[in-house]
Design a binder for this molecule. Structure first.
Ligand SMILES: *Cc1c(COP(=O)(O)O)cnc(C)c1O
Length: 232
């Protein structure tokens, strides 16, 4: 388990160095530890290092871990982010258990989440997933439809729109990858000017392989699995 603490520290150091290299405050980049496929023991260890935000892809697997860890005092305050695709029949589970959803890409899912968010919980914090590199089979709203979806999501009472999320395919080289991330950052700023009353303070992009480039392009939240927990 010590190895997890070491990997976790290495990821924190990568984020600090990447932010400093482009003149940003390291604290302006939030780390989401992506714990999908790993068990609650590994999550407890990383939480004991001070990590608060955890991301899960598979709804039922995530809910099982959330229920178990919320019942323990050391991990009761963890913040849970749903980052995977959501089918209509899973929205209630998501609305009742998660704090954040990064993978909103159609209005129907957003409407169901808003309707099903329990009254005793704060609004669900959401990001729109954007298909920034246009892969035909990929999830995510197309960039030219993002503003319209954002306007509709902002009108839903039990959701708070916080920004954008992307999962671009690996590009041919670092310059090409950086350019893709920069396109997302431009879209994010366009959304901020289109919806000036909303905070839209989150740009969720960058994973184990490309977090430095994402931070250089302006990411405020990197989602890191492999570099912390190991290979899946
Ligand atoms: C699995 C996953 C990650 C983490 O990817 P790593 O390459 O393991 O860091 C980040 N975001 C999403 C949406 C994922 O599904």
């Amino acid at each position: 388990m010590e190895i997890l603490a070491q990997h976790y520290q290495e990821v924190c150091d990568r984020i600090t160095r990447a932010a400093q290299a482009c003149g940003r405050e390291p604290s302006s980049v939030r780390l989401l530890a992506v714990s999908k496929t790993f068990g609650v023991d590994a999550i407890r260890t990383v939480a004991a290092c001070g990590q608060v935000d955890f991301g899960e892809n598979y709804i039922q697997e995530g809910v099982d871990k959330i229920q178990q860890l919320r019942a323990e005092s050391a991990t009761a305050g963890l913040v849970w982010h749903c980052i995977g695709p959501i089918q209509s029949n899973k929205t209630r589970l998501v609305a009742e258990h998660f704090d954040w959803v990064h993978s909103i890409d159609r209005l129907k899912i957003a409407q169901r989440l808003s309707e099903q968010r329990p009254a005793h919980l704060p609004p669900l914090q959401v990001c729109l997933q954007v298909n920034i590199d246009g892969g035909e089979t990929k999830s995510g709203v197309m960039p030219n439809e993002a503003l319209a979806l954002a306007r509709a999501v902002v009108a839903l009472p039990r959701l708070t729109l916080r920004g954008l999320m992307t999962i671009p395919d690996p590009a041919a080289n670092e310059a090409a990858m950086l350019a893709v991330h920069q396109r997302t950052a431009v879209l994010w700023r366009e959304l901020q000017s289109g919806l000036p009353d909303q905070a839209l303070d989150v740009l969720s992009m960058g994973m184990t392989a490309d977090l430095e480039l994402a931070i250089q392009a302006g990411s405020t939240l990197v989602r890191v699995g492999t570099a912390i927990f190991g290979r899946r």
